[in-house]
Design a protein around this ligand. Structure first.
Ligand code: SAM
Length: 298
């Protein structure tokens, strides 16, 4: 992106990723609908599987605990969860890891309302874009699971995408205490390009959203954070999607009653196509631990 374009965008205060309306198109499809096929904590991102016969619930808790350990968030005072969904990570942080205060950000009004109804002590949820977040004090740790997929738009050039991602890493850098950690999980383009995918995902499932490449993440975080651990667990997403799909099939009648035939058919197609993508490696599932560089040159 040219310096001029960047300045125009800043002047217009345009946010880098999907709009709140686009996010609500997907996540406000109905809490009860998602409850039918996600696990009981409504964690809506790839699990971390250990054995062949384990339950989705157990694999989701392992994933949450993995990121909490990567972010060094155990016993922390203040933690930020960017893209908190229905609050499973926030709840795990305060209930099982002694965290005093978690701030969760979401763009979904129904997710916010759901979390507020739970009234979990120590959990605060805000209907707020990370772009606009202005914390009252520094965070000990930041986590973001399955939200980065929404931080760029398909209409952006690669340079604009990297610039938007850099805005995110710059903010995280500024919000963290010196030496603080950020644990990130995101889908990525792997052996594929944006053009290799049909319009289906963008038109029907995740409007205004585009996946990152690992190289874009590395570029955008360069000299702000060091990448300490990185894993690509794409097969874990294929398995998670397969379980979600089975659960939706098992509750098909209830799902149709909630959202109608065409939405159920659309979601089934999305789960199936994504499962194939992760299986064959056109998409990856990155889990990355970043340590804040205290003498940032960024
Ligand atoms: C796939 S869900 C993942 C939720 C949760 N982390 C989990 O694993 O269950 C994506 C979340 O990111 C949030 N999100 C997307 N873009 C965002 C943005 N720019 N600022 C804040 N939250 C955002 C959505 O509202 C949603 O809560």
């Amino acid at each position: 992106m040219s310096k001029e374009t960047a300045l125009v965008r800043m002047a217009m205060n345009e946010k880098p990723g999907a709009s709140a309306q686009a996010i609500q198109h997907h996540y406000d499809a109905g809490d009860d609908f998602y409850q039918l096929w996600l696990d009981e904590t409504r964690t809506y991102s790839c699990a971390l599987w250990d054995s062949q016969d384990e339950s989705l619930e157990s694999a989701q808790f392992r994933k949450l605990d993995y990121h909490i350990a990567q972010a060094r968030a155990h016993d922390a005072e203040r933690v930020l969860d960017v893209g908190c969904g229905w609050g499973s990570l926030a709840q795990r942080l305060v209930r099982a890891h002694g965290v005093q205060h978690v701030t969760g950000l979401t763009l979904s009004a129904s997710q916010k309302a759901y979390i507020e109804r739970q009234a979990w002590p120590g959990v605060e949820v805000r209907l707020e874009n990370w772009f606009d977040h202005a914390p009252t004090g520094p965070y000990d740790a930041i986590l973001s699971i399955g939200a980065f997929e929404h931080f760029a738009r398909p209409s952006q050039s690669e340079a604009e995408k990297v610039q938007g991602y850099r805005d995110f890493f710059r903010r995280c850098h500024g919000w963290l205490k010196p030496g603080g950690w950020l644990s990130l999980q995101t889908m990525s383009y792997e052996n594929s390009r944006r053009e290799d995918f049909s319009d289906f995902f963008n038109k029907e499932i995740f409007p205004e959203s585009d996946l990152p490449r690992l190289s874009e993440i590395a570029q955008a975080s360069d000299r702000l954070f060091e990448i300490v651990t990185l894993r690509n667990d794409r097969e874990h997403y294929a398995r998670t999607l397969q379980v979600w799909r089975h659960r939706m099939k098992a509750h098909r009648a209830a799902a149709v009653a909630q959202v109608g035939e065409s939405v159920v058919a659309r979601y089934d197609r999305y789960l199936q196509l994504a499962m194939i993508g992760f299986h064959v490696g056109t998409m990856g599932l990155l889990r990355i631990a970043f340590r804040r560089l205290d003498r940032s040159l960024g």
